[in-house]
Write a protein that binds this ligand. Structure first.
Ligand code: ADP
Ligand code: MG
Length: 433
């Protein structure tokens, strides 16, 4: 048995339709056949009535139901004579009989005229069956035509009825893993309601569980920041003290380790906060102002390493978003470009307005990302084939989530122009004005 409900319904209904059609067809055929046989009997009787008064008394073929009906009128004369067939005919009573003529079964009507002469009207059974069969088969035509039509209509109706289920499955199929919105229950047929309610309940529980986990990460990162800050202060307090030469190096290593850890915790917290369903802050943010502030912030670091950080274009465009989150997007991208570009390289920042969208583009002259790793670059903690510097691997995940949250997209690609290496990050956001 097929496991598809649709298949089962269709098989079942097809069986019913075909069986009903077959039974109905058989009955209709039999009735029509018998009816046609009786009609031919009555034709024989009518011919008999005509022959009673006929003036020409000789055996002859008679046109009957149709030209090929092969009805014959046989004059038997007053006494039995002629062939064995004729003599046997004589012995029959008046009326309709099943007899044999020339070795073939035939239907015969015998009559006796008032003057004592007898005659028979005969018709071969074969031709009678053929005519009856021909007539009966015609009653089958409408039924035979109806069955395919019914099957087609059934298939259409079943297909239509199951469309909501198919549509639901398709909707779930193309969903992103983190899309936990409820399935629309209002438009679904009532049979699907309990099922939908269960799925929606499950989605809700998953959402709650994920929210709980994110909150845990956010809380943990937040809680860890305080002791790390305290430890950092303790290390700073060691600075003015006299210490043997080797100890100062170790103190510096300790301090930079702690600042890395703090940075990691900050990024973790930022990522977790992005995921939390916190109320969205949305205000009109002048993108070029934010980018300029970030670039100014990073200029010192860039010039220290001889990296030429500048603008190719800074059109005035604003987006509707949280300014802190936007600053985090820009900072992570520009910082990456500056950090991963070797000394003496260049980083170009451009802000454009393009058909209702704000475009932020950052190009650097660094090594880019190996093509097979470019897919994974947005994964949390992913830091490339040979991690360098003191990053956390969370920067681009944060960027991606923020951008998605405000209805935008981010694309990162290696520059392919000849004589040029580097990476290009392009952020697109809906412009606010
Ligand atoms: N402009 C860039 N040029 C080369 N590699 C980059 C660039 N930006 C990002 N990457 C690679 O992507 C990885 C992930 O970046 P990110 O998420 O910002 O983490 P982090 O910078 O903390 O390592 C980096 O470790 C680096 O390998
Ligand atoms: Mg980074």
């Amino acid at each position: 048995m097929t496991r598809s409900l649709r298949g089962r319904l269709f098989t079942g209904l097809t069986a019913i339709i075909v069986l009903t059609g077959a039974a109905g067809g058989t009955l209709a055929y039999l009735w029509a056949y018998n009816e046609a046989i009786e009609m031919q009997d009555s034709v024989l009787t009518q011919i008999g009535a005509f022959a009673m008064n006929a003036s020409t008394r000789q055996s002859q073929p008679v046109g009957g139901v149709d030209a090929e009906s092969e009805v014959v009128l046989l004059e038997l004369g007053p006494i039995p004579r002629g062939s064995a067939d004729d003599r046997r005919l004589w012995s029959l009573h008046d009326g309709l009989h099943n007899d044999v003529r020339q070795g073939r079964p035939a239907r015969v009507l015998l009559r006796t005229r008032p003057d004592g002469s007898r005659f028979a009207v005969a018709q071969g059974d074969e031709i009678r069956s053929e005519i009856a069969g021909d007539m009966a088969i015609r009653t089958l035509l409408p039924i035979a035509a109806l069955i395919p039509c019914l099957l087609l209509v059934t298939a259409l109706v079943i297909g239509r009825s199951f469309r909501p289920v198919v549509r639901l499955a398709e909707e779930l199929d193309v969903r992103r893993a983190d899309d936990l919105r409820m399935l629309p229950a209002e438009s679904a047929p009532s049979e699907l309601q309990p099922f939908l309610a269960s799925i929606n309940g499950l989605l809700e529980r998953i959402r709650a569980m994920m929210e709980q986990q994110r909150r845990f990460v956010a809380d943990a990162a937040h809680e860890l920041r305080t002791p790390i800050t305290a430890l950092g202060l303790q290390a700073e307090n060691l600075d003015p003290l006299d210490m043997p030469p080797g100890a100062r190096d170790r103190l510096e290593a300790l301090k930079s380790g702690m600042s890395r850890t703090r940075h990691l915790l900050d990024q973790l917290l930022a990522l977790a906060r992005q995921d939390l369903a916190s109320p969205e802050v949305e205000e009109t943010v002048h993108l070029e102002q934010i980018v300029k502030a970030v670039v100014a912030d990073l200029l010192a670091e860039a010039s220290e390493r001889n990296v030429d950080l500048g603008f190719t274009m800074a059109e005035h465009v604003s987006v509707s978003a949280d300014p802190v989150a936007m600053a985090s997007v820009v900072r992570n991208l520009v910082e990456n470009a500056v950090r991963y570009t070797p000394d003496g390289g260049r980083v170009d920042v451009g802000i454009y307005r393009e058909s209702g969208q704000a475009l932020l583009q950052i190009e650097d002259s660094g090594p880019g990302v190996p093509p097979r790793d470019i897919e994974r670059i947005f994964e949390p903690f992913y830091r490339g084939p040979k991690p360098s510097g003191d990053g956390s691997g969370l920067g681009l995940s944060i960027v991606k989530r923020i951008v998605a949250r405000y209805g935008g997209s981010i694309e990162i690609e290696n520059l392919t122009e000849p004589e040029r290496s580097g990476l290009r990050a392009t952020v697109k956001l809906p412009a606010a004005d």
